[in-house]
Structure formats: structure tokens, C-alpha cells
Design a protein around this ligand. Structure first.
Ligand code: PEP
Ligand code: MN
Length: 339
């Protein structure tokens, strides 16, 4: 339920309302807006039949949230949020965030080479997996902690922010030290213990859509993270399973405006996993920006033929550079900005 506070509410009144509600077993999440502040309360709402929150000074109205997801809902926060990654780098807001890099971290020299090239082209965030969730246990599984060290090193040297996938609750703390953004992969979207563990941190998290997940299920997974106290969630549409076999997955372009309508949190698109083919990445990236996506996560490799994973969907750096130039025009047409 959402408690809308009066514009003249005092800090003491806010604290009093929170204390009362917490005493009833509800958890408070406050959102301070320019004109109005609101408090979202999560928990057993039936206790409010005995002590209705309307009676407290400073409360204007109490509204039920009808959607099953509460804290990620646009009913909870009207203004779209802009998530700060590090100095000068954000996701959400007018500027389109460009995340690029190889599927996996392979070695320092290779990551550095690709990182410098994507930065030159306009990317601000470097991607690369250290723990790879592969469909086959015999495929390359990633460099593990060694990969995280390489990622940190390359991020520090180039000034790029970094993102890597976390696949295990036991790695959450370890990764906190090495990277700027956690990535939860499609295969782990509903790994609730992982979501809760990430929710206990303050680090931004890109939450990919599960390959057979509905938008509602995906938003509920965001709710798991926010309900633990971490509000820095970015949704990522990466294609879903359909009957179509021509492409690796089917990009659900509808997901972009739907998530924008239902939530105030940013949504980005991963055209690489959505298509599985580098030749399609440019077209669907433009479609994503035109549809309102807040950013793109694109696999780029300086030598895709030799890539240890996902070479077939990786762009060469020069193709990425060309794409960024073309994206500028699309972004401008929809009132956004690239790089
Ligand atoms: C990846 O980003 O390399 C990846 C494994 O993505 P997904 O979880 O979307 O399959
Ligand atoms: Mn990949």
C-alpha cells in the first residue's frame, strides 16, 4: 500500500508513521519526490483495519497497489529513475547507456583491446562474464576470480564502468569488490536466493528476463531485489523463446513500452542474445532505441572467430562504432542522446 504524504509533512511525522507501521509488521520504503513524498508499505495489510494509517498527522491519502509488484510499480514512483553507476555514468534519464564488450573475459590483453575500442566508439560500460552459465557443462565456464581481477584492472585503466554476471549467492560479496554492476542472467532470473542476496547490497543490478518468463514474473523478480532494500534495478530484455528458429531468441520489443508503463525503473535491450546473429544486431538495436529503451548491451569482440563464447553474435569494434553513429540519429528522433 502507498501512503501519500501531505506537502507540509514534517520529518518527525514521517518517522512516527514509519515507526507505527513497522510496529505492525510492515516494511517501509520511502520515496522523496520534488512535490510529494510517499511511503510504500509492504507486509500483511490486514493489520491496518485495526490501526488505519489515514489517522496519522502528515498523511494525505492511503492507496492500495493493485499490481502484485509494489515497489517496482509506477504507482509507487511516478518519475522514471536514473540510476547512478559511477561519476558521470548513469542508466535511465535522457542519455542512452551503451554497454559493450565480449561475452566472456578471456585474458587481459584481449579484454583491454576490446575495451579501448568500445570506449572510443562511445560505450561507457564494459561487459564480460567471469562465471559463465553455459548450456553445456563441457563449454568454457569462464576464468572465475582471475577474470574479475582482469575486469577491475581494465575498468580502472580505461575509466569504463564494469558489469559481470553473478551466478551464485557465494559470489555476491566477492564481486562487490571488483565490479560496478551485477548482472543476473536469463537462467537465474528466478533464483530467489540470489535476488535476495543482491537485494542486500547497494550495487546496481541488471536483471535479465528469463527466456520463458512473462513480463509480470520478471517484474516480480525485480520486486525481490527492491524488497530487500536495493532500489538500483535495471531490467534487460534479451529475447524470449518462441516457435521461431531463424534467430536464437525472439526480441520482445513490446516489453520495452510495457515495462516503461508498469515501472519507473530503466529498461535496456540486449540485441546480441536476442538475435544470436551479429548481422541482425544493428537493426534491432535501432528498433530498441526507437521503442524507448534506456540503453543497449551489445557483445563486441576484436576477433569473433576466436571468441571463447558467442562469437557468432559478436560485433567487430568497427561495426559497433558504425552502429553508434547510426544510433545517434535514432536517439535524436525520439528525444534522447547517445554517447
Ligand atoms: C550473457 O550476457 O553473456 C548471457 C549469458 O546472457 P543471458 O543470460 O541473457 O543468456
Ligand atoms: Mn553471451
Amino acid at each position: 500500500m502507498i501512503v501519500v504524504l501531505r506537502s507540509d509533512v514534517t520529518e518527525e511525522q514521517i518517522q512516527h508513521i514509519i515507526e507505527k507501521a513497522e510496529g505492525l509488521g510492515l516494511k517501509a520504503h520511502i520515496s522523496r519526490g520534488v512535490e510529494r513524498s510517499i511511503i510504500g508499505f509492504i507486509g500483511p495489510e490486514d493489520v491496518l483495519r485495526v490501526t488505519p494509517l489515514e489517522i496519522f498527522p502528515g498523511v494525505e491519502t492511503v492507496l492500495p497497489v493493485l499490481a502484485p509488484y509494489k515497489l517496482v510499480s509506477r504507482e509507487f514512483q511516478k518519475e522514471s529513475s536514473e540510476i547512478r553507476i559511477k561519476d558521470g555514468i548513469t542508466i535511465g534519464g535522457r542519455k542512452i547507456a551503451l554497454i559493450a564488450g565480449p561475452c566472456s573475459i578471456e585474458n587481459r590483453a584481449s579484454l583491454m583491446k576490446t575495451a579501448k575500442e568500445v570506449k572510443k566508439a562511445g560505450a561507457s560500460i564494459l561487459r564480460g562474464g567471469a562465471f559463465k552459465p553455459r548450456t553445456s557443462p563441457y563449454d568454457f565456464q569462464g576464468l572465475g576470480e582471475e577474470g574479475l581481477k582482469i575486469m577491475k584492472d581494465v575498468g580502472d585503466e580505461t575509466g569504463l564502468a564494469t558489469i559481470t554476471e553473478v551466478v551464485d549467492t557465494r559470489h555476491v560479496e566477492l564481486m562487490d569488490r571488483y565490479v560496478d554492476i551485477y548482472q543476473v542472467g536469463a537462467r537465474n532470473m528466478q533464483n530467489f536466493s540470489l535476488l535476495r542476496e543482491i537485494g542486500k547490497t547497494k550495487k546496481p543490478v541488471v536483471l535479465k528476463r528469463g527466456m520463458s518468463a512473462t513480463i509480470k514474473e520478471w517484474l516480480m523478480c525485480g520486486e525481490y531485489i527492491l524488497s530487500e532494500g536495493n532500489p538500483h534495478v535495471i531490467f534487460c530484455e534479451r529475447g524470449i523463446r518462441t516457435f521461431e528458429t531463424e534467430t536464437r531468441n525472439t526480441l520482445d520489443i513490446n516489453a520495452v513500452p510495457v515495462v516503461k508503463e508498469k515501472s519507473y525503473l530503466p529498461i535496456i535491450v540486449d540485441p546480441s542474445h536476442a538475435s544470436g546473429r551479429w548481422g541482425l544486431v544493428s537493426s534491432i538495436s535501432k528498433a530498441a532505441i526507437a521503442a524507448g529503451a534506456d540503453g543497449l548491451m551489445i557483445e563486441v569482440h576484436h576477433n569473433p572467430e576466436e571468441a571463447k563464447s558467442d562469437g557468432a553474435q559478436s560485433l567487430l569494434p568497427e561495426k559497433f562504432e558504425q552502429l553508434v553513429k547510426e544510433l545517434k540519429l535514432v536517439a535524436q528522433a525520439v528525444g534522447r542522446k547517445v554517447a
